[in-house]
Design a protein around this ligand. Structure first.
Ligand SMILES: [Zn+2]
Length: 198
């Protein structure tokens, strides 16, 4: 079910919240919805002021995200999702479509915190549970096909945008197909599965 936190008390960093706002041409609408949920303060230009190094309630962020989605629709969220990886700094080990897709789950956990602890530890590569995953699978090494399961509270359209952009960054012909449209977070399922082909 999109927009419902898996656990209470999780936090998301200000940089992640800003990346969403920054994707919009008109930043006033998403800004107002974030401030209404207690995230940041409204600047004189109507744009939300956030502490990029700070941490914010994931539940409040998801409530704001749901309002933004309701106001602007799935296509807007797909476009925003596509823009997220444009500005992302990838880890050094990312050198192709496989590591690119695998890096999403790492970045996802690095940008969330539980009980004050960042949910990915680069030293041990351990992840804390509580926000779900972006699961990567390459069923046949010879076949240009990656299966991604998004089991997390973020919206399907947003994740489709992120995945498409990352895949095309490394394989310009890549395309994404949603498997089993009836099993989708947008209609209450707890995960969506996609095929990335190129
Ligand atoms: Zn879906």
């Amino acid at each position: 079910m999109q927009f419902r936190a898996f656990e209470p008390g999780i936090e998301v960093n200000g940089q992640t919240v800003w990346a969403l706002v920054d994707g919009f041409q008109n930043k006033a609408t998403p800004s107002r919805m974030l401030v209404e949920e207690g995230i940041g303060t409204l600047g004189p230009d109507g744009v939300v002021q956030l502490d990029r190094e700070g941490w914010y309630s994931q539940e409040a962020w998801l409530r704001a995200f749901e309002k933004i989605f309701a106001a602007l629709g799935p296509q807007a969220l797909f476009n925003i999702g596509q823009r997220i990886p444009e500005n992302a700094i990838f880890p050094k080990w990312v050198d192709g479509i496989d590591s690119g897709v695998r890096s999403i789950d790492v970045a996802y956990h690095l940008n969330h915190r539980k009980a004050g602890v960042v949910m990915y530890d680069p030293q041990t590569q351990a992840m804390l549970p509580g926000i779900g995953h972006y699961r990567y699978e390459r069923p046949h090494p010879q076949k240009p096909l990656i299966v991604v399961e998004c089991r997390n509270p973020y919206p399907c359209d947003f994740d489709r945008g992120i995945l498409t952009a990352i895949a095309r960054r490394f394989e310009p012909t890549a395309s994404l197909v949603h498997l089993d449209e009836h099993r989708c977070r947008a209609t209450g399922a707890d995960a969506c599965t996609y095929h990335v082909k190129w």
